[in-house]
Design a protein. Structure first.
Length: 278
């Protein structure tokens, strides 16, 4: 999709972070918007930032609820007269070990991070196919390429998004639909602050864990991430890597797949324990 001027994009998780900046940057390029989030007040703030430069509709949606997502698709298409791009961006995080994580928390995360992507794709795909061209963007993570300990549920969901999206891209080959899978590295958003930490990360308290992510590990801004995704849409890229950390990790897993997993586990434990001693 070389030109997004006068197109319409549906974006979930638009109340903050990457989703908010996607809305702002898409609007700057003349793309109309249907923005959705469970956080109504944050959604209104995003709409205010976008202003009246394009046509915008706001939708309060819990993406883990299938009926709400399908209703969002119907209402957005009716309001805008069609949808050209869907970006399944909504996501949450959970800090716990796979041995001890409560199943209800695991299911909560999978409902948003994986099933929210599936529902968004299936709800909007028939609508996109009515357009001359359409684009589906699903947000995975660098943890959908390389796992790390104490983050198993999140890794499982993001690996699932990667597999689902790449299979979808194969199935859509030769149609009017392009598909992109996005793998952000550490992005400066509120995701760490909003993470459910059921267990301390080894010897780190919740506040120290949040500080580690926000001050040491998250390097790329949400605005930079949004711009990279939009560039990927315009260039029909199947895989969009965001941040130098994502590019390095992607290369490592290609060249040394087993070693990369071992190093990831060692590095995660080392950096957490080193930070705890500061």
């Amino acid at each position: 999709m070389k030109n997004i001027l006068n197109k319409t994009a549906a974006v979930t998780g638009a109340a903050s972070g990457i989703g908010r900046m996607l809305g702002v940057n898409l609007a700057r390029e003349g793309c109309n918007l249907a923005i959705a989030d469970i956080d109504e007040s944050g959604l209104k703030e995003t709409a205010a930032l976008i202003g009246d430069r394009v046509k915008v509709s706001t939708h309060v949606v819990d993406v883990s609820d299938r009926s709400q997502v399908f209703r969002f698709a119907e209402e957005a298409a009716a309001y805008h007269g069609g949808i050209d791009i869907v970006i399944n961006n909504a996501g949450v995080a959970l800090g716990d070990f796979l041995e001890t994580v409560p199943l209800e928390d695991f299911e909560w995360l999978m409902g948003i991070n994986f099933w929210g992507v599936v529902y968004g794709t299936m709800a909007f795909l028939p609508i996109l196919k009515k357009q001359p061209e359409g684009h589906i963007v699903n947000i995975s993570s660098i943890n959908g390429i390389l796992p790390n300990p104490n983050n198993g549920p999140y890794c499982a969901a993001k690996f699932a998004v990667k597999g689902y999206t790449e299979a979808l891209a194969q199935e859509m080959h030769g149609t009017n639909i392009s598909v992109s899978c996005v793998h952000p590295g550490g992005i400066k958003t509120n995701i760490a602050r909003n993470t459910r930490f059921n267990r301390a990360m080894y010897s780190l308290t919740r506040d120290r864990a949040v500080s580690l992510y926000e001050d040491e590990l998250f390097r790329t801004t949400a605005d930079e991430a949004a711009r990279a995704i939009i560039s990927g849409i315009k260039n029909n890229r199947r895989r969009i890597l965001i941040g130098n950390d994502a590019r390095v990790i992607d290369l490592m897993t290609r060249l040394f797949p087993v070693t990369a997993v071992n190093v990831s586990g060692w590095f995660s434990r080392f950096i957490v324990r080193s930070y705890a001693r500061k």
